[in-house]
Design a protein around this ligand. Sequence first.
Ligand code: ACO
Ligand code: PYR
Ligand code: MG
Length: 268
Amino acid sequence: MDCEDGVAINKKDVARETIRGILDKGKPNKSRKYDWGVRANSIDSGLCEEDLKSLLTAKNLPDTVLLPKVQNCDEIKWFSDKVSSIISGNNSVNLIIYIETAMSFINLPSICKTAVDLSKNSKFRPCALVYGGDDFVASIGAIKTEENTETLYARQKLVLVAKAYNLQAIDMVYIKYKDLEGLKKQSEQGLHMGFTGKQVIHPGQVPVVQNAFLPTSSQVEWAQGLLKSFKEHQKTGKGAFTYRGSMIDMPTMKQAQNIIEIVNLAQK
Ligand SMILES: CC(=O)SCCNC(=O)CCNC(=O)[C@H](O)C(C)(C)COP(=O)(O)OP(=O)(O)OC[C@H]1O[C@@H](n2cnc3c(N)ncnc32)[C@H](O)[C@@H]1OP(=O)(O)O
Ligand SMILES: CC(=O)C(=O)O
Ligand SMILES: [Mg+2]
C-alpha cells in the first residue's frame, strides 16, 4: 500500500485514511501467510510524520514500513525515534529502506550500519534495501535502456552493501507492466546479480517475478546431488573433487546451500 509516488499530491490525505481504514479492519484472509507493507512518504517531504502517526496507531500494525528516498543516517535516527514514540507496547515493524538518489548511494554503508545498530533498542527491524531505479535515473540524469548498463554500478553496490549487513536486496520496478517477456529478462538479470527479489506494480507481474527468483527443478537436483557428494567426499578427507565435470570445493557447496535455502524458505 502506497502513500508516496503512486499517489497524487492532492490525494495524500485520502490515501493515508484509506490505508488506515484497511489496517483497522485487519487482514481478510487469516489462513494465508502474507505481510502488509505500507510505503510512507519520504522524510524530506514533510509528510512522513503524519503518515507514521496515522498508520502506526491503527488497530493492526502493518508488518512492514517502506521508507523511500533515505538519504543519510540522520533520517534513520529520525525514523527510529518516531517509531519508538508512536508504537505502543512491545510491538515493532519491519523496515525496508529505499535507496534511490546519488546521495543515498554515497551514504549507503552508514545508513545500513545505523539501521542495524539502532534496531537493537528500537521498535523496528531492518530487513531489506530496495533499489528505487526510476528515482535513481532521475537523480543522476541518466537515460534508461533495456540493458540497464547505466545503473549497473548502483545495482551491484546495493547488492554488495545489503548482503554485508545481512539485508535482502530488492531490485527495480519494470514499468512496461504488459511486457512479461521483458520483465522475465530483467528479473533474471537481477537474480544473477545477487538480488533476493524484485518489486512489482501490477498483479500480472507477480507470477513472472516469483518464477524467476525460484530455483528451477534442474538447479535443485544439481544442488541436492552436489551436497550429497560433498558430504561423502568430506568423510573420505577430500576437500576438492569433480562433480558433473566441474571442480567443487567449499564455495560451490555454499552456492548449492543457497539454492536449497531459497526453496525451503519459499515452501514455508
Ligand atoms: C517508481 C515507483 O514509485 S513504483 C511504485 C508506485 N507506483 C505504483 O504503485 C503503481 C501501481 N500500479 C498501478 O497503479 C496500476 O497497475 C497501473 C496504473 C500501472 C495500471 O492500472 P490499470 O490500468 O487499472 O490495470 P489493469 O486494468 O490491468 O488492472 C487489472 C486489475 O488489477 C488491479 N490492479 C492493478 N494494479 C494493481 C496493484 N498495484 N495492486 C493491486 N491491484 C492492482 C486493478 O485494480 C484491476 O482490478 P479489477 O479487475 O478488480 O478491476
Ligand atoms: C520504485 C521506486 O520508488 C523507484 O523506482 O523510484
Ligand atoms: Mg522512487
